[in-house]
Design a protein around this ligand. Structure first.
Ligand code: EPZ
Length: 417
């Protein structure tokens, strides 16, 4: 099993164009099957989750070509509407294909995506939204058989939780509905706005993304769409926390500071100096962070759950204490035990974790078991004294494009062995 060998304590310096957003490109790729023609997607990152999604598109009958960070998808002739278990289990985000397959073909079949390292990942809100639009969904033997009452009928859908995935699924299915669909209680993440921007280019009338009320008047009228995906705010947060932990000065381009407002505010409170302008964030850090006010994860625009682990890793090597409350997922502290191996002093109780800065962590052999948890171990290793070996790289490859090379380009001493 390959691993990163990281020699910590070296400051990070330099400029980085942040990768395209994983959590934006995945639903946009699923949306490509709405179009009986070609979608050209720019700024598509090289990630295993993207590779899996492109495999699904090919399997459904799409022609898929990739040239660097540009992907061309021709969905003129879809040949099936079922997605094999192995691809769904590989990536739970494939559940958004339910909405786009129902909209385009009136049918979809895939297995339950199941839970993951973050705890149970129910899809009840997805299913109730699709049923509200007229889909008949049979759940048997772990499979979801979805048939649309052709055509699906637009109506008001109310989400009891601002679920990102359920909002996206409802938006995609609504594109195949007659009449108007209104989603209330919608997620407000920037990735939802990016999906709206893509769908508008297909001819669908859609407004309200970024607010909790999204209106969609279905009907794709274009047979060619071109779109550039927004920057990945979670990759951005990761590199910022890495520089905060290791010290140094980095400049990120290709993402919007407002998409990370909560994270930037906490890093400033922890002692970093941050400047921002359109499409650019600069962070300076001494490498010695101090504790901050409680960090409570929340739906956007609150503090993002996907930045919890990497921030915790940066603060663990500083001074002072910080309380975290993980309000989104049931089990998102798997990185804590591994950080403790590096000398971190962290107490957890259910959703609460209290980090007491250890002054400086020390290198250790650690193993990542989920995407952001593995990234947190890399952040900690960059700020630690001595050498660390971080395994679990397959998790990192799901969400970070060329993670090791990118960190090396910023001056980190990191190699894959
Ligand atoms: C998306 O997951 C992201 N993934 C996650 O990023 C992110 O952490 C999450 O949104 C929250 O922001 C992608 O976009 C591919 P949710 P998603 O539905 O859509 C509960 C990463 O690291 N819920 O907003 O699955 C759910 O259990 C990943 O890049 C239901 O109860 O998240 C959770 O507690 C991790 N029923 C909460 O809602 C449902 O039907 C928020 O989940 C759906 C969700």
């Amino acid at each position: 099993m390959s691993f990163y060998e990281i020699t910590g304590g070296r400051p990070l310096e330099g400029r980085l164009a942040v990768q395209g957003s994983k959590n934006s490109v995945l639903p946009i790729l699923a949306a490509a099957i709405l179009i009986p023609g070609e979608s050209v997607i720019h700024n598509c990152p090289h990630l295993s989750d993207v590779d899996n999604t492109l495999d699904i598109l090919r399997l459904l009958g799409c022609q898929v070509l990739r040239d660097g960070t540009t992907v061309r998808i021709n969905a003129s002739h879809l040949t099936r509407w079922d997605i094999p278990d192995r691809l769904v289990r590989e990536m739970r985000g494939s559940v958004v294909f339910l909405g786009s397959l129902l909209a385009r073909l009136g049918a979809a079949q895939l297995c339950y995506p199941g839970g993951c390292e973050l705890g149970p990942r129910p899809i009840d809100l997805h299913l109730s939204a699709l049923r509200a639009l007229g889909a008949e969904i049979a759940e048997e033997h772990g499979l979801l058989h979805c048939m649309g009452c052709r055509p699906l009928q637009g109506r008001e859908i109310c989400l009891s939780i601002p679920s990102v995935g359920a909002t996206e699924n409802a938006m995609l299915a609504a594109c195949g509905c007659q009449g108007k669909t209104v989603i209330t209680g919608a997620a407000r993440e920037p990735e939802i706005v990016d999906l709206q921007d893509f769908l508008r280019k297909t001819g669908v009338h859609i407004t309200g993304a970024g607010t909790s009320r999204i209106c969609i008047q279905g009907g794709v009228s274009q047979d060619r769409v071109e779109h550039t995906v927004i920057g990945d705010r979670m990759a951005g947060a990761t590199y910022l926390c890495a520089a905060a932990a290791a010290g140094g000065s980095i400049e990120l381009t290709g993402l919007e500071p407002e998409h990370l407002a909560c994270v930037l505010a906490v890093l400033e409170e922890a002692g970093c100096r941050i400047t921002q302008e359109k499409g650019q964030i600069t962070l300076h850090s001494s490498g010695q962070l101090h504790g901050v006010r409680p960090v409570r994860t929340a739906p956007y625009p609150g503090f993002p759950t996907d930045a919890q682990a990497v921030l915790m890793a940066a603060l663990a090597g500083g001074e002072g204490s910080t309380m975290f409350v993980e309000n989104i997922f049931d089990s998102r502290y798997h990185h804590v035990d591994e950080l403790r191996r590096m000398g971190a002093r962290i107490q957890t109780d259910g959703r609460v974790a209290v980090v007491t800065g250890a002054g400086r962590l020390h290198g250790a052999d650690v193993h990542g078991t989920d995407l952001r948890g593995a990234a947190a171990l890399v952040v900690a290793a960059l700020g630690a004294k001595g050498v660390s070996r971080v395994s679990g790289l397959a998790h990192l490859e799901r969400g970070y494009d060329s993670f090791g090379d990118t960190l090396s380009s910023l001056g980190a001493r990191i190699q894959t062995l």
